[in-house]
Design a protein around this ligand. Structure first.
Ligand code: T46
Length: 132
């Protein structure tokens, strides 16, 4: 599956911690867009789509949430719960995000500007595309 957990090095001292995100360094692409999800209601499930070409890195900078990831062959369920964990998700991976803690801030870095035509929002269509 085209996903990878990226360990993000923190620069810590007795004042606290700092993580720098740099394109083509610890983020493996040119960063074109940053967005973040917050105030997600209890029990809400989001996502339900794959991307045709978008690459993204998701980081729970505060709190936690779970990802269900599916490439049409296998499914992986994982939890993001630390700002030092980045989740790289490449193209044609169906994702659902759920179990958000009330304080969760999920920040996402993307390699392209927002483009609705890059989304595959219908699961049977997604399966047909990955099988083709
Ligand atoms: C993804 C997961 C992790 C914009 O106008 N610009 C943007 O850059 C984005 C990301 C969204 N929007 C609009 C489109 C919708 O009207 O914001 C609304 C909510 O977006 P969406 O329903 O796609 O949100 P999620 O949480 O289902 O998915 C988002 C990203 O869209 C997606 O690429 O991988 O977070």
């Amino acid at each position: 599956m085209k996903i990878q957990l990226l360990p993000l090095q923190a620069h810590g001292d007795d004042r606290g911690s700092l993580i720098a995100l740099e394109e083509e360094k610890n983020i493996p692409f040119t960063i074109k867009r940053v967005y973040y999800l917050f105030d997600t209601g209890q029990g809400v499930r989001r996502g339900f789509h794959a991307h045709k070409s978008l690459k993204q890195v998701a980081i729970a900078v505060r709190g936690s949430c779970r990802f269900l990831l599916d490439d049409g062959r296998e499914k992986i369920d994982l939890r993001l719960d630390h700002p030092q964990q980045g989740l790289l998700i490449e193209s044609f991976v169906w994702r659902e995000m759920y179990d958000f803690s009330p304080d969760c801030v999920l920040m996402v870095l993307a390699d392209s500007l927002y483009d609705e035509s890059d989304y595959v929002r219908d699961y049977p269509t997604f399966l047909q595309m990955v099988e083709a």
